[in-house]
Design a protein around this ligand. Structure first.
Ligand code: HEM
Length: 395
C-alpha cells in the first residue's frame, strides 16, 4: 500500500495514446511530487530529474538483480545479464562486457563504421526523397551490430524484430508484452544454441565472451546472458535516436544549419537528441529498505519506475525542456543512457555510429525537408519512429 504522504495517480503509462504523446502526463506526474504511486501497476515512479539521478546512483537501496523490467517472467529470463545484476557480481560482469566497448576498442572500429556510413548515405541520397528510418536510422545499427556480434548471416534479418519484441516484452503484461514474449523465446533459444555450438566469427564480441569463459573469468553457462547484453539493448535504441534526429533536423532546419556551421557541436547535438527523445523511456528497480525521498518514504521490496524520459524534460532542471537545441550547454547531463553504476555500456558505440553517419551527411546535405508525417511506433519501452520521410537538398 502507498505511504500516506505519497500522491497516487491512476494514469496508465502503457496506454497507446500516452505512449504516443506522453509529455503532458509526465509533467502532471512531476507536479504531483518527487515520488508518485501508480495505482494501475501498484508501483512507484520517480518522475523528477534530481531524485531519479540520485536513485540511479544508489544501487544499494535500489537494486537491479530482481530485474529492471515490468513483469516477473522477463525479470526471471534476464537473470545473469549485466543489466540485471548488482554489487560485486555486477562490477565484475561490467568489466568483461565493457572491455570490447572501451574507447580504445572503439577507436579501432572507426574506419569500419565510417565505411558503413558512406555506403548507407550513398544509397539513401540516390533518391531525392527517402524514408530516413529504414534506410539510415535502422540500417546503421542493423549493419554494424550483427557484424560486431559475429553471428551467422541467416539470423541477421531476425535481430531487429527480436530486440523490438524484447522491449515490448519488458513492459507490464499487456497485449504488446504477450506478443513480444514468443519472439523473445525464439531469441533466447537461438542465443543458447550459439553458446552451445560456439558458431561465431573469430574476433567478434561473442567470440570475446567465449574467450573470457576459456580463461576461467566467467562460467560457460554465463555466456548466453552476456551475449544478450550486447544484442538486446543495441539495435532499436540507436535506431530510435537516429530516427528522432532525422525528424528533428527536418522539422527544425535551423538546427541543421547551426551544425553545418559548427560541426564541433555534433557530440553535443547527439546528447541533445538522446535527451529529447529518450529512446528507453523507463526501467525499474526494487527497494531493499525503506527509502526516504524528499520527506516521503518508499517501503522496502517495492518496485520503482525510473522514468528517464520524464527526468529528461523536467522543467526544474532544464531550461525550456521541450525545445531541441544543439547548443544546449548542459545537454550531456541527460539520463537517457541511465546514470551511475548501470550507466549504458554501449553509449560509446552508439555515439560512434551517430557521429559517423551525421559527419557524412553534414558534408553532403544542405538541409532536410519533411515530405510527410513522421510515424511513431507503439512499444512498451522504446520510443521510436517507424517512418520519417524526408527530402535531402544536397550541398
Ligand atoms: C541510443 C542508444 C542507447 C540507449 C538510449 C541506451 C540506454 C541505456 C540505458 C538507459 C541503460 C541503463 C539501464 C538501467 O539503469 O537500468 C543502459 C544500459 C546498458 N546498455 Fe545501453 N543504450 C543504448 C545503446 C547501447 C548499445 C549500442 C549497447 C551494446 C553494444 C548497449 C548496452 C548496454 C548494456 C550492456 C547496459 C547495462 C549496463 C549495466 O547494467 O551496467 N546499449 N543503456
Amino acid at each position: 500500500m502507498p505511504n500516506a504522504t505519497i500522491p497516487s495517480s491512476e494514469v496508465d503509462l502503457f496506454e497507446s495514446e500516452v505512449i504516443l504523446d506522453p509529455w503532458e502526463t509526465y509533467r502532471e506526474l512531476r507536479d504531483l511530487g518527487p515520488v508518485v504511486h501508480l495505482s494501475d501497476l501498484d508501483m512507484y515512479v520517480l518522475p523528477r530529474y534530481d531524485d531519479l539521478r540520485a536513485a540511479l546512483l544508489d544501487d544499494v537501496n535500489f537494486i537491479s538483480s530482481k530485474g529492471v523490467h515490468f513483469n516477473d517472467l522477463v525479470n526471471e529470463a534476464s537473470r545473469g545479464t549485466t543489466l540485471g545484476s548488482d554489487g560485486e557480481a555486477h562490477r565484475y560482469l561490467r568489466g568483461i562486457v565493457g572491455r570490447p566497448l572501451s574507447p580504445r576498442a572503439l577507436q579501432d572500429m572507426e574506419p569500419y563504421v565510417g565505411g558503413v556510413s558512406r555506403s548507407l548515405v550513398d544509397v539513401a541520397l540516390a533518391g531525392e526523397t527517402f524514408d530516413a528510418v529504414p534506410l539510415l536510422a535502422n540500417a546503421m545499427p542493423t549493419t554494424v551490430v550483427p557484424d560486431l556480434l559475429g553471428w551467422e548471416e541467416e539470423v541477421r534479418p531476425k535481430l531487429f524484430g527480436w530486440a523490438q519484441a524484447g522491449f515490448n516484452a519488458s513492459g507490464p503484461t499487456n497485449e504488446r508484452c504477450m506478443a513480444g514474449m514468443s519472439k523473445v523465446g525464439e531469441m533466447l533459444e537461438y542465443v543458447k544454441t550459439v553458446a552451445d555450438e560456439r558458431r561465431v566469427a573469430p574476433g567478434s564480441l561473442s567470440a570475446k565472451v567465449f574467450e573470457a569463459a576459456d580463461r576461467g573469468e566467467i562460467r560457460e553457462d554465463q555466456c548466453p546472458a552476456l551475449m544478450l547484453d550486447y544484442l538486446a539493448p543495441s539495435l532499436d535504441t540507436t535506431a530510435s535516436a537516429l530516427g528522432a534526429a532525422f525528424m528533428l533536423f527536418s522539422t527544425f532546419p535551423e538546427q541543421w544549419q547551426i551544425l553545418r556551421e559548427q560541426p564541433d557541436l555534433l557530440p553535443n547535438a547527439i546528447n541533445e537528441v538522446i535527451r529529447w527523445q529518450t529512446p528507453i523511456r523507463a526501467f525499474t528497480r526494487v527497494t531493499t529498505a525503506a527509502v526516504e525521498i524528499d520527506g516521503t518514504t518508499i517501503p522496502p521490496e517495492a518496485r520503482v519506475m525510473m522514468l528517464f524520459a520524464s527526468a529528461n524534460r523536467d522543467e526544474r532542471f532544464w531550461e525550456d525542456p521541450d525545445a531541441f537545441d544543439v547548443r544546449r550547454e548542459n545537454a550531456s547531463r541527460h539520463v537517457g543512457f541511465g546514470y551511475g553504476p548501470h550507466g549504458c555500456l554501449g553509449q560509446g558505440l552508439t555515439r560512434l555510429e551517430s557521429r559517423a553517419l551525421f559527419e557524412e551527411l553534414l558534408g553532403r546535405v544542405e538541409r532536410f525537408e519533411p515530405v510527410g508525417e513522421p510515424q511513431l511506433a507503439v512499444n512498451n519501452v522504446i520510443r521510436a519512429y517507424e517512418s520519417v520521410p524526408v527530402k535531402a537538398v544536397l550541398a
